[in-house]
Design a protein around this ligand. Structure first.
Ligand code: BGC
Length: 359
């Protein structure tokens, strides 16, 4: 074990003209995490394989320009509302709200990940820290009333902590001054062969969920909660991502692969195992623990070849996998789903841990 430390450097200017910084967090257990105050984006994350060799296992870019397209939100903090809101519209306390749409799967518009300029696209106040064996960054931002059409001002805080046990913990806290939907996540994408390692179809994934939320052509949950038994969505016992991903299944065809919200089998309100991914070739593994009810799993089915990541490699179809802990998409329009509305003055809280190791 070593002494945790951090360093700070310039990260360039965003397309919105904001100056960004980068924080390199050297964890006491060996994991190194590079993150920016530009939407909390993960730039690099080094983990050890079963021989102790370190490799960068996330998709990221060397400067804010890499994120100019926004989508697919490589390694960003997502808010005010993760995933889709159908037509960008919802009703709350008898009033209709409209979030500018920025995504049109199947030709059907929706507000994705908070709409046109989500919380990922701002530079946040950021304070790095070392606290005993931990190193991390506290990110804060005030989302003004009416931002992207959402009601109420929200004070948001996200803390990244890297522990001596190679756990990257993400703690979210948000306090609105009016009732408003809040649903946050971290959109990190892993490829345990390295950023340029090609497809993640050889990675083995586990998801602790007996049910999944099917979607319509617009990738909006239909409201049905469907048992995964016998289907390509049953990852309870662990399965290679590629094992059944290309089967002729109506749900897999909509998203060109996995892009669904699994409803986690929870027993309590505390941190519980949600799932994990490992690479049999080198043993690198992450186990995800969360307080959230669901996990959206996305296998980068729309990754575009013209996007070039840090190592100069072109990104490609299914080049990474995102395990996004959150509440269900379109919850503001789905009274049958657990509510995502946070009442004025109440505190939204959510915690997710990415526990890195080898298998
Ligand atoms: C969504 C995908 C989307 C991706 C990148 C995921 O959370 O489920 O449909 O393409 O984010 O924006």
């Amino acid at each position: 074990m070593s002494v945790p430390s951090y360093s700070v450097s310039d990260f360039g200017t965003t397309k919105y003209g904001e100056k960004a910084r980068k924080f390199t967090l050297n964890g006491a257990g060996g994991v190194v995490l590079e993150v920016s105050d530009y939407g909390g984006k993960v730039v690099r994350l080094f983990t050890a394989d079963r021989d102790g060799a370190m490799k960068d296992v996330v998709v990221g870019f060397d400067s804010p320009a890499g994120w100019d397209d926004g989508d697919p939100y490589w390694g960003c903090i997502i808010g005010r509302f993760a995933n889709r809101i159908a037509y960008g519209k919802f009703e709350l306390n008898g009033k209709e709200y409209s979030v500018p749409t920025n995504n049109t799967p199947g030709g059907i518009p929706c507000a994705l990940h908070g709409g046109t300029r989500g919380w990922d696209a701002y530079v946040w106040d950021a304070e790095p820290f070392v606290d005993g064996d931990n190193v991390g960054v506290v990110f804060k931002r005030t989302s003004p009333d009416g931002e992207n059409g959402f009601p109420g001002k929200v004070e948001v805080k996200v803390v990244y902590t890297l522990t001596k046990d190679n756990v990257w913990r993400v703690d979210y806290e948000a306090v609105p001054d009016q009732d408003t939907p809040i649903n946050m996540t971290q959109h990190v994408y892993f490829n345990f062969k390295g950023e340029s390692g090609g497809s993640i179809e050889d990675h083995v994934m586990t998801i602790a969920a007996s049910n999944v939320a099917p979607v319509n052509e617009g990738q909006i949950p239909t409201g049905e909660i469907r048992a995964v038994d016998g289907s390509p969505f049953d990852f309870r016992g662990g399965m290679r991502i590629g094992e059944r991903i290309n089967e002729p299944d109506a749900q897999l065809e909509i998203g060109k692969g996995y892009d669904h919200c699994w409803v986690l089998d929870r027993k309590s309100d505390g941190l519980e195992f949600a799932g994990g991914v490992y690479c049999p070739l080198n043993g690198r593994n992450v186990d995800v623990y969360t307080t959230e009810t669901c996990m959206q799993v996305y296998t980068a089915n729309w990754a575009r070849y013209e996007q070039i990541a840090k190592g100069g490699e072109h990104l490609s179809f299914r080049c990474a996998v995102a395990l996004e802990t959150q509440h269900a998409p379109d919850s503001p329009n789905k009274p049958e789903f657990p509510t995502t509305v946070v009442k004025a003055g109440e505190t939204y809280r959510s915690t997710t841990e990415f526990r890195f190791g080898v298998k």
